[in-house]
Design a protein around this ligand. Structure first.
Ligand SMILES: Cc1ncc(COP(=O)(O)O)c(C=O)c1O
Length: 344
């Protein structure tokens, strides 16, 4: 027993805590029967890759990998040259949560820039460029964005266009960490391709969307795809039994389940935010634009709620509440009641 008395099926600590979607499990079981070619030579991989190309655009090149960190490392490795560095947001997953994977595996420096709402701005990027003008620092050549961001916010298409314009003008490429791209697409009401056209490479996460564990890297810029399969193999990200990764993607692409899942997670998040916002004694600290609510609660209230629900407490004292495809309205209502009680 972990001492948590509330629902054992759902918690709000992370969308990674969510159960696998039943359609994903069924697809894996179906794919498990009989032999199939290894390393992506199978029909499930062909179908998943075709579905991903349909989403991102006909010129895109998809590669499946085991997780989001791997997608980030592989995507950046394709874009970076020797001596290059990456401008990223201070709270970005690449800078803050991947144990320095990019630095360790690629030997490239990350240059974090302030982004209080998780979003890099043209001014923040220019400020880094202004600091890096000669050989004393590595040459910034890639800007890493996250969509939706680690702080639950989303770049608008207009903001992405402005960043693209700056990057084109300053000779920078764009890598977009799309571990929660589905939530951003659902929120913006756009297509994956509408976002992908601003990136040279991007990841499209399925793990937080109902998969057991698979994310996709999509290469958009012409001429960068040739080395990618070799780099994926070197980085230990070419699954021999690729059919099981691909079957998960196929299940989530089928009938737009990935988008339904993201819409549901976002709707649960909106419901949660709408219920929490009017409560006296707490404050939402970020705009709610995907499937995360950031809330500042009094310490005693935080402890009260955390004793009953698994929640993500940040070093700032804020709590991050995340919804997923598996969150039910009743779960949200239960949590809100708990928070209400904690504030008394
Ligand atoms: C923004 C972001 N990028 C990437 C990832 C992927 O991380 P992992 O390699 O742990 O699946 C996560 C997971 O939390 C994330 O939040």
């Amino acid at each position: 027993m972990n001492g948590l008395s509330a629902s054992p099926r759902v918690d709000f600590a992370s969308d990674n805590h969510a159960e696998a979607h039943p359609a994903v499990l069924a697809a894996i079981v179906a794919a498990a029967r009989g032999p199939a070619p290894a390393y992506g030579g199978d029909r499930w991989t062909a179908a998943a890759e075709a579905g991903l190309r349909d989403l991102a655009g006909p010129g895109s090149v998809p590669l499946l990998v085991f997780n989001g960190t791997a997608a980030n490392v592989l995507g950046l490795s394709v874009l970076l040259g020797p001596g290059d560095a990456i401008i990223c947001a201070e709270h970005s997953h690449v800078a803050a949560d991947e144990c320095g994977a990019v630095e360790a595996m690629l030997g490239r420096k990350l240059l974090p820039a302030p982004a209080p709402d998780g979003k890099l701005t043209p001014a923040a990027i220019e400020a880094v460029l202004d600091r890096c003008t000669d050989v004393r620092t590595p040459r910034p050549s890639v800007v890493a964005l996250t969509q939706a961001t680690e702080l639950g916010t989303c770049y608008s298409l207009r903001e992405l266009a402005e960043l693209r314009e700056l990057c084109d003008r300053r000779g920078l490429r764009i890598y977009l960490d799309g571990a929660r791209l589905a939530n951003a697409v659902a929120r913006l009401g756009c297509e994956v391709a509408d976002i992908a056209r601003f990136a040279d490479a991007l990841s499209l996460g399925f793990t937080k969307n109902g998969a057991l564990g698979v994310d996709a890297l999509l290469l958009m810029a012409p001429g960068i795809a040739e080395r990618a399969p070799y780099l994926r193999r070197q980085q230990g990200q070419l699954a021999s039994k690729m059919r099981f990764l691909a079957a998960q993607v196929g299940a989530l692409l089928d009938g737009g389940l990935w988008l339904d899942n993201a819409r549901h997670a976002n709707a649960m998040c909106d419901h949660l935010a709408a219920e929490l916002e009017p409560l006296p004694g707490l404050r939402l600290t970020q705009r709610v634009q995907s499937n995360a609510v950031f809330v500042a609660l009094p310490r005693a209230a935080t402890d009260y709620v955390r004793a009953r629900w698994a929640l993500d407490l940040l070093p700032t004292g804020e709590t991050r509440l995340m919804t997923s495809h598996a969150t039910a309205p009743a779960d949200v209502n239960d949590l809100v009641e708990e928070v209400r009680a904690s504030l008394k």
